[in-house]
Ligand binder design. Sequence first.
Ligand code: ARG
Length: 643
Amino acid sequence: MGLLVDSKGEGGGGGSGRNGGSWGGRHSLIRRKQVDSVHVKSGGHQLAKELTVPHLVAIGVGSTIGAGVYILVGTVAREHSGPALAISFLIAGIAAALSAFCYAELASRCPSAGSAYHYTYICIGEGVAWLVGWALILEYTIGGSAVARGISPNLALLFGGEDSLPAIIARQHIPALGLVVDPCAAILVFIVTGLLCVGIKESTVAQGIVTIANVCAMIFVVVAGTYLGFKSGWTGYELPTGYFPFGVNGMLAGSATVFFAYIGFDSVASTAEEVKNPQRDLPLGIGAALSICCALYMLVSMVIVGLVPYYAMDPDTPISSAFASHGMQWAAYVITVGAVTALCSTLMGSILPQPRILMAMSRDGLLPPFFADINKKTQVPVKSTIATGICCAVLAFFMDVSQLAGMVSVGTLVAFTMVAISVLILRYVPPDEVPMPSSLRESIDSVWLRHGRNSQEINVEDPKTSVTKPLLEEVNITVELPLIKKQLPLINYTLSEAKRRKIAGWTIMFTCVGVLLLTYSASDLAIPSFLRYTFCGGGGILLLLGLIVLTCIDQDDARHTFGHTGGFLCPFVPLLPIICILINVYLLINLGADTWARVAVWLLIGVVVYVFYGRSHSSLEDAVYVPVAHADEIFRSSETYVA
Ligand SMILES: NC(=[NH2+])NCCC[C@H](N)C(=O)O
């Protein structure tokens, strides 16, 4: 018994693996949820479906443009890129675009609120998904409070100097505790939280208005800067050192630093359940937001490095100092307004996704049900939004979290990496089994009885099937007649398909190992040189082999059906996701040992919470896994099923 399911679903990277001869449960770490399980389970109130492309662009641009561009341009031009700063921004933008493509496909195929957490749960498994969700909690909370803390110094500049804020919102030094508290930061966090509780549409409109102000400030920098540049003869570009004073390597190092400026577009994916037409609008929103940010960043940096020689740039206020050096002191006001509005909208971009991810984790049983509650009137996860706001405000009030900024990047980069791996898995070893509540056991058994014999007959090993020759006949049948696949599921379950999945799963896993070895050998970490060469060679070979094997084997044909219905498919699979994994892991490894030590503490706490709470409360805890093909039949034949 059980040959049907035993013969497949063992894709290593896919995380599946049987734990018995019959349809049964899964090891908690690798159990995967169903693509649309959210619709089956959510029951209670739903989030309001209000958002369209312009809203998504406002969320994307607003969350992405932050302190990054206003501050980073100075340091990066001085230390890494010189006049080639715009090229650094372009390369970082392309790197971010690779992740955006992966996000776009998954957001379009699995439009649920949990973004990276949700995709990882579907594709990789519960254990990794939990860690991604846990890392995202850290990212958004620390990211949000760091941003909030950055607002008051800028606001003070607008009022005319460091000590000019009204006393109740000015920073206070408390010598007894050795702390500098920032009431302004906490107040802003509460305002944003309140706004987010009112309704998704209202808060998005507010974010749009703030973002327009900030984009106008950047356009001002470009237009006024171009005017000054032509008047003064673009002195920054006339240097004897040429365009690449630190060489191409310096310019690339600059790209790695400015990658930070592109973080934030992923907030768009977390609103998936609030989008009217998610399949079409999410990819459009993500793509448009990223393109706008990339264009603005490049224009601003082109103008700024032309106005002032790179070595003379001010590392703290590069843009306003550049204008001041051409006698335009008043421009500092416009730029400060730009910076304050940019920070406010990034703050919102951090507090918006967090409750949605908490909600998704709580719906799956990994966090207490409190977080999944959706307010009946505003159709927003109000309780988790308030919880997020309180944590963020307390942190921002008491602590200068800027030293923890590296931890923010860990969350993002881990999520980006997992999303790229998830695309590979969804294309090569998509979940082929559906978790069913164990209450449906009787129906499952009766369906099993009906299909048991057939499956054993069909399941004959075919040793001739090779990797490089996918089963064309099968593909044709399923592409042309997608319905047949549903009605005659067993066509797909011959051993050749099982073999294909197995090979694909292992290949994805080895490719990831190759990426790790290669990036480790290219990092600044102290490694003996013979090891460095071994890792580099070994990693390179694994990566190349992985790429070749994945290119040769067939992808899951469900993508054709999905593509025909207007959904977005990431181009150049497997090359694009693999490059994306390579870049993100490289950036992750170079974040430094301190950052990793701090993150490790947080992740360890996460493991404890999972072991003592999540694992046993997971809604997949006593689920029974059945092949996708039988799911409908089981549901139909079960009277206990309530949609
Ligand atoms: N969710 C986050 N990690 N947000 C941080 C966004 C940082 C933003 N890109 C900036 O340049 O300031």
